[in-house]
Design a protein around this ligand. Sequence first.
Ligand SMILES: N[C@@H](CCC(=O)N[C@@H](CS)C(=O)NCC(=O)O)C(=O)O
Length: 215
Amino acid sequence: MKLYGSLVSPYVARAVFAARLKGLSLEAQTPPGGGIKSPEFLALNPLGKMPALEDAGRVVPESMVILDFLEDAHPQPALLPAKPMDRAQARLLGRIVDLYIMNQLGVFFRNMNPASRNDTDIEAAKAALHKSIGQLEHFMGDGRYAVGEELGYGDVAIFPCLMMTQSVVANFGITDLYAGHKRLTRWWQQMQADPRTAAFVTEYQAAITAFLSRR
Ligand SMILES: N[C@@H](CCC(=O)N[C@@H](CS)C(=O)NCC(=O)O)C(=O)O
């Protein structure tokens, strides 16, 4: 298997994180042709986005689909919980992050420069983000992890995206994305404390910090 893209992308990081928890050797690598818009890569993945996973001559893009592929192709150790509703909840958390949280990062990225910042847009984006964080929390369980008591698919689906989100919004005065959200606060602390996530947290946070320092 090959995973095309750069680790700094939270979508690529999702796949890397899942592979690590499964004990698979799968690291992000430069796409064929040197980038995601190269003719060579577009021939494999006309979506022109990272990540794309190549296996046995076939290519699958879209990080959540890649997570499902990894789960199907390498079922043990399982990241998805056993019960159908828990599995749905794990997938739902990823969907909420993608549709309602990650889609708001563009406003922050476009306003990174304080000198040209549109404060009205930023205040609106902060309010929308706060609302979405509350909606995400609503669908989290009461266990130690995103779904229940085991580290798994739900955590993988949301953690890299929320690491990126927290790092971006820290530039706009939001030091605690989960302020007022007890379950998310407990989960966030749990994810930092888990020895199985420690190496990933260190590596991914370094990639985010380097990326943001260049913007
Ligand atoms: N829904 C996609 C999103 C992938 C995505 O937007 N990746 C970004 C990097 S973080 C990208 O490749 N952007 C390039 C572009 O949109 O042209 C997934 O989950 O894989």
